[in-house]
Design a protein around this ligand. Sequence first.
Ligand code: NI
Length: 157
Amino acid sequence: MALREIRVMGDEVLTKTCKEVTKMTLRTKILIHDMLDTMYDAMGVGLAAPQVGVLKRIVVIDVGEGPIVLVNPEIIETSGEQTGDEGCLSVPGKAGTVTRPQYVKVKALNEEMEPVILEGEDLLARAFCHEIDHLDGHLYVELAEDGLHEVQYEEEE
Ligand code: NI
């Protein structure tokens, strides 16, 4: 298990457009596994490659239904609307209200570079949008409707 440093807002790498992955290499496989380890360690539901400083179009997501790896993901269909709190591992301790589609269909490649189509609703739809935005240098804070608020963590007793 290898953890990578999560870049935080203000780091220029988070504002860049990522490059398509053209072939799966050992180096890229290691990156994907490190991204999953880093996401789980930080208790996030998603992580995009630029958040660990790599400008490749790769995201990992787990909304509690097992890991999803998306290479070169593209949103091909959306419907409905949901408004709710959103956070990001690159914006620690904060959340903001963001409106996203209720349903999102994504076309991508999996870790074996095979084409896949995935559908998500609710939190998964939100995660698809949020993580794919990272690949084009966008953070949810640009969409937050009433600015950001502090996230209260419960103290352990
Ligand atoms: Ni994020």
